[in-house]
Design a binder for this molecule. Structure first.
Ligand SMILES: Nc1ncnc2c1ncn2[C@@H]1O[C@H](COP(=O)(O)OP(=O)(O)O)[C@@H](O)[C@H]1O
Ligand SMILES: N[C@@H](CC(=O)OP(=O)(O)O)C(=O)O
Length: 414
């Protein structure tokens, strides 16, 4: 069986959904399982519904936006009297029923019960469209298949139950359609973490012992840099699982990091291909050659804060105070991207995704001498050479550099 994953960008409007059908016709639909994400940026839009519901402010507008988005796509794809419109209305009815019945104040629980509708609606529309144009398919509710614990928004997979469920339900000689990102603890909906649909594809491939996984993208494959941040990019034809994990670790946003391990365990090749130029082979991630062509790869992380911490009495920064600092960094959910230590100062480059840096600072300033610079970019170059290093240094003032065997990292004020 082949597993395909179509992300939000591939189903962002009616035309894109028609294009997905073209891709499948070209690839063949027998013995295929398709994982589909919410359309376009709909998960972000459903997050706004969550905030509005919790704050009890603006819920109607937030809902109206997602409803209009989906209904207009459905009206473009189907006749006015098609049963899909009723199905979409029913799904929104289920969401309203949740608002009416919910008594929980647990943010993460509420989040999962709401955002899951992005994937439920997208797969319902895509499945109906495929049926309409003669592509028979088997729509499945992935919540009956992927079993997790109840850590809402970051659920952990129960692999044994999931494998059993999947192998009992998937029709191997048909086109199966499932939702990415969402799952269940047996009672309630859970989610696997933002951008988790790639991981869903990895879960299915592992449980089915699939022949391959293909992630269909709006780019030709894995490039040596994000084309949104770099002008000249080159397609990587082949990378190893380890290289893909390294790239994801440093922040390349092209493949979700959790996807690789289950595939590597069974040596299932992962293809990253273009849903626009679908005749092209794209990138293959598999066992073997680390990277081909062997060129420097660039990863950039914006909005970094470089913090330099030294003791107030000029004593050395050693185990006891560094361990204390790390404990606090974890408590304030500051993501550490780079660490450098010298005798009296300890530097970290962090990301403040939860707006907690100010609180961290307040606490630390009473204990240590702190210098910090905000608004930096952290550039990582895998397989660096002198030319690539110079190219990055041209982008601004370098504040901190670190070199590992294959990897150069530079914090820059652009
Ligand atoms: N190294 C890279 N190679 C290819 N694309 C990359 C890379 N790094 C970042 N990207 C970006 O990832 C985008 C595709 O991811 P995304 O929009 O999240 O797709 P999806 O809708 O499938 O989740 C590309 O348009 C590209 O801008
Ligand atoms: N819709 C979810 C899951 C996902 O993976 O989406 P995408 O494939 O569009 O990145 C999200 O946006 O987080």
């Amino acid at each position: 069986m082949r597993v395909f994953k179509f992300g939000g960008a591939s189903v962002k409007d009616a035309k894109s959904i028609q294009n997905v059908a073209d891709v499948l016709r070209n690839e063949g639909t027998n013995n295929v399982l398709v994982v589909i994400s919410a359309m376009g940026k709909m998960t972000n839009a459903f997050e706004k519904v969550v905030h509005a519901y919790i704050k009890d402010n603006g819920l109607e507008d937030a809902l109206e936006y997602v409803l209009k988005f989906h209904t207009s796509i459905a009206y473009e794809l189907f006749a006015r009297d098609h049963s899909i419109h009723e199905k979409v209305t029913m799904l929104f009815g289920k969401l309203s029923a949740f608002f009416a019945q919910n008594k929980s104040k647990d943010y993460d629980f509420i989040y999962d019960q709401i955002v899951c509708f992005g994937e439920l609606i997208s797969t319902t529309i895509v499945s109906a469209y495929f049926s309409e144009i003669g592509i028979g398919n088997n729509w499945l509710d992935v919540r009956d298949l992927i079993r997790t614990n109840n850590t809402f928004r970051a659920a952990k997979v129960d692999w044994e139950t999931t494998k059993k469920n999947i192998n009992q339900s998937i029709k191997k000689d048909e086109l199966n359609i499932v939702q990415g990102f969402i799952s269940s603890d047996g009672t309630n909906t859970t989610t696997l973490g933002r951008e988790g649909s790639d991981f869903t594809a990895g879960i299915f491939a592992y449980c089915l012992g699939a022949e391959s996984v293909t992630i269909w993208k709006d780019v030709d494959g894995v490039l040596n840099a994000d084309p949104r941040a770099f002008d000249d990019t080159t397609l990587l034809e082949q990378i190893s699982y380890e290289e893909a994990i390294e790239m994801a670790f440093y922040g390349a946003s092209v493949i979700h990091p959790k996807t690789i391990k289950p595939l590597q365990n069974l040596e299932i090749p992962l293809h990253v291909r273009s849903f626009v130029n679908y005749e092209k082979p794209g990138t293959t991630v598999s066992k073997g050659k680390s990277i081909y062509p062997e060129i420097p790869c660039f990863i950039v992380k914006k909005n970094q804060i470089l913090v330099s911490i030294s003791s107030l009495d000029f004593s050395f920064m050693v185990e006891n105070n560094i361990s204390h600092i790390f404990k606090r960094l974890a408590e304030y959910q500051l993501k550490v991207n780079l660490i450098q230590n010298s005798a009296i100062s300890f530097s970290v480059c962090v990301e403040d995704n939860f707006n907690k840096f100010r609180h961290f600072l307040e606490e630390m300033q009473s204990l240590y001498k702190i210098d910090y610079t905000e608004g930096l970019s952290l550039f990582t170059i895998r397989h660096f050479n002198e030319e690539s290093r110079k190219a990055i240094l041209k982008r601004g003032v370098s504040l901190l550099t670190q070199i590992n065997k294959e990897t150069l990292q530079i914090t820059i004020r652009e």
